[in-house]
Structures are given as C-alpha cells and as structure tokens.
Write a protein of this length. Structure first.
Length: 417
C-alpha cells in the first residue's frame, strides 16, 4: 500500500455540481435515527472508508471516476480546491486500494466532509508536465539564484504559489526549473511532495494560453466586432467567464484590466500555477551586481527599479494609492518615481506627455511604457529591460513582473535625464 494522505477542503455541494451522489450519515439525531444509521452503517461497512467524520462508498468512487473521464467541468473551480484531469485521474485510479471497514462504534459522519474522495493527493504531481513538483511558499517573491547560496546572482523571481520542477538538492538549496528559469532556491521556502500537491490543489487557476502568432482581443464575442487590442503568442490570459448559448466558443478575459473576448479556437485552456520570471544581471556604477534590469541602465534607473521591486506581490486596487495595501498602474508609476523626486500624472492617459516621448523600440530600463486600448482605457508600466516590465497589473496578479509586449505599446516615455 502506498503512503498516501487525504486533505479536506470541499463541500458536498462540489460533488453535487459534478453530478455525484453519496451515502451520508449524521450523528446528531434522536435515538431512533441513530439506530437506523447504525443499521445502515452495517450494510455499507464493507464498501466504505471511515476517515474520522466521513464515509465514502465505493459506488461514490466509481461515480467520481466516471466524472473524471466524462465531465469537462472538472477543471473548473469547485468549492475551495481546483483539480486537473491528470491529477484526479491518478488519484481516483488507485483509490480503491484504500477502502477499509467503517467505524461502527460512533457512526458519526459530516455531510460537509462527504467529498473526501476528492481530497486524495497523488504521490506525483496534480499538475500535468511536472514529475517532482515544488511550490514557492512565500507571500511576495522568492529569489532564484545562479548557484546554491545567497552570494550568487539572482537570475529570476518566483511569485508566491509558483510551480517548479525540483531537479536536485545541494547544501540546503533546490536546483529547479520554473518556466524558462533555471537556478537554485532556498529549500526552506519550497513545498515539495504531498505539501506541494495540497498547495497546488488549493491555488491552481484555469487560464488561457495564446497559441497563435497574434490574437485579436475583441470588444464583443464575435469575429465581426471591433478589436480591443492584440496579444502575442504564449501570453497567459485571465478568464472572467466561459460563454455559452449564442456566444459558445468564446471566453471573456482580462489582460491588465482590459476586458475583452477571445475565440476558443486560438487559445489553450490550462489549469496551472504561475512560474518564475527571468531577470538579467546588471553591473551597477559602483561595480556591484544587481539583478533587476539589463545593460545600458543609469544608476538612477537601477535605484528606481530596485525600489519598485520592494512592492512585488502587493495588491492591485483600482484608484488605490498605497504601495502596500493597494494601488493601480498609474498610481504605482507615480509613487515609485515620486520617491525619487519626479512628478508624474495620476492617470495613464496623461503619460504620453509626462516626459520625452520615444518609440517603445528605443525603451531603456527605467523608461515608462504606455499602452492604449481601443475603448479609450490604457495601462502604464516601468520597463526593466529584456522585454520585461514591473507594474500594478490586475486584482488577480497584483504588483508583478510581466511581458512588456503582451500587446504592442503605444509609446515609451523617458523621465530620467
């Protein structure tokens, strides 16, 4: 028998949503009800597992397995956890080995915990594409270094709850691969094994990955509708709604607070976790190495970018003015540069005139990239080099590192002289 564990978290409503029925026994009724329950327990004890407060029948397990194979909605959020088909298939495939005799002494069972079968955590990974899953256990960002130790350069940053493949261990550090980033992370900040799978099951999100060269984001769910913006191949999009009825085959999405619609034909639906973002090494004016930008940056730009990184992981709030408790994109740029004595606008629409306007192709670290959408809204971000930005993105992602070319910038603005 494998050494496996169970984790709680869903309500019975989650099973109902999947079309699954279950045996349930309550322990708080009158004596006659308890006698009847005890009789029922005796009838099913050969096919049920007792887990302290829950019974799971083998018929329930069979129904769950059928849902893994046939229910397309299994990838969606259900209660407090989310599951990939791959993880659930592995979980339920071997679950029959763990059916034991129910406890006929107490007969107590919690309706709220009846979905225990969905809490089975496999030994491998609940996320497709990982065999030895690690998950960053931090609230903001975790540094990925070029070697095992804090004296090595930072080559990337993992947001909290990000996934990685653990490749090995050296002197208390894990060697990992996360997205395109290869490096080392302090072992104490990485969940692995069972704990990593539990964390993943709690936090996985269903997102879209663009699988065409350039994807048109429409203002309405129709190929005949106006284009709100365009996004590049490989960009990850936040799902707001899966449309049905006449608009079947379309998703409503959010990309840096532009809401629009994309056709399912040009995106891949994925249930996954975020991954690390790469950061290049820069030698500062004093000869020391920093890691928040690329070459050709001034010392002032380095200082500004370093300061901006102190707030990674903090929340996005539209109209907010707090770098710690919530801020939006223009407020973020205004306050980061304001810390160094620069006066910048409070609205993204005013940024093209906030400094020396240049082509986005000429942007250097410390410049501000300006984005404009067809609906009149826009976005601003601080360019950090190597095709990356630091910005207050969306309520889902907060202050983060992102792709500078998720859509073609309108222009760049240089405010550092």
């Amino acid at each position: 028998m494998r050494n496996t564990k169970l984790v709680a978290g869903l309500s019975v409503a989650a099973l109902t949503a999947l079309g699954v029925t279950a045996f349930t026994f309550g322990g708080n009724g009158n004596q006659e009800e308890k006698k009847e329950e005890t009789a029922n327990i005796q009838e099913v004890k050969q096919e049920a597992e007792y887990t302290g407060d829950t019974f799971v029948s083998s018929s329930l397990l069979s129904a769950l397995y059928d849902n893994v194979e046939n229910n397309a909605k299994l990838k969606e959020q259900t209660g407090t956890l989310m599951y990939s088909e791959a993880g659930m298939s592995e979980a339920l495939d071997g679950y029959g080995n763990y059916i034991t005799v129910a406890d006929n002494e107490t007969g107590n069972a919690s309706v709220e915990a009846l979905d225990v079968a969905l809490k089975f955590v496999p030994e491998g990974s609940v996320i497709a594409g990982y065999t030895n899953l690690g998950v960053s256990n931090v609230t903001t960002y975790l540094n990925v270094r070029s070697g095992a130790g804090t004296d090595h350069n930072i080559v990337g940053k993992m947001p909290g709850g990000a996934a990685c493949e653990i490749l090995g261990e050296e002197d208390g550090w894990y060697k990992i691969q996360s997205g395109s980033v290869n490096g080392y992370v302090d072992k104490q900040y990485i969940l692995s094994g069972y704990e990593a799978n539990v964390k993943a099951m709690e936090t996985m999100k269903n997102v879209l990955k663009v699988n065409c060269d350039v994807l048109n984001v429409r203002q309405e769910p129709s190929q005949d509708c106006s284009i709100a913006t365009r996004v590049e191949n490989g960009e990850i999009l936040e799902i707001l709604e899966i449309l049905e009825g006449e608009s079947n085959g379309w998703y409503k999405i959010n990309i840096n607070n532009l809401e629009g619609y994309v056709s399912a034909e040009y995106v891949e639906s994925m249930t996954t976790l975020p991954v690390a973002e790469s950061i290049a090494t820069l030698v500062a004016a004093d000869g020391t190495s920093t890691t928040y930008s690329s070459a050709n940056a001034s010392q002032k730009a380095i200082d500004i970018i370093n300061y901006a990184y102190q707030f990674l992981g903090n929340p996005y709030v539209y109209g907010g003015n707090s770098l710690t408790n919530g801020i939006d994109c223009s407020g973020f740029c205004q306050q980061i540069f304001g810390h160094f004595g620069y006066s910048l606008p409070r609205t993204s629409s005013a940024y093209p005139g906030a400094g020396t306007r240049i082509s986005y192709t000429e942007a250097q670290p410390g410049d501000i990239l300006v984005y404009r959408y067809s609906d009149g809204s826009g976005h601003v971000a601080i360019y950090i080099g190597n095709g990356k930005i630091v910005h207050a993105s969306t309520p889902a992602t907060g202050i983060c590192i992102g792709n500078a070319y998720f859509t073609t910038p309108y222009c760049a603005v240089r405010v550092i002289s």
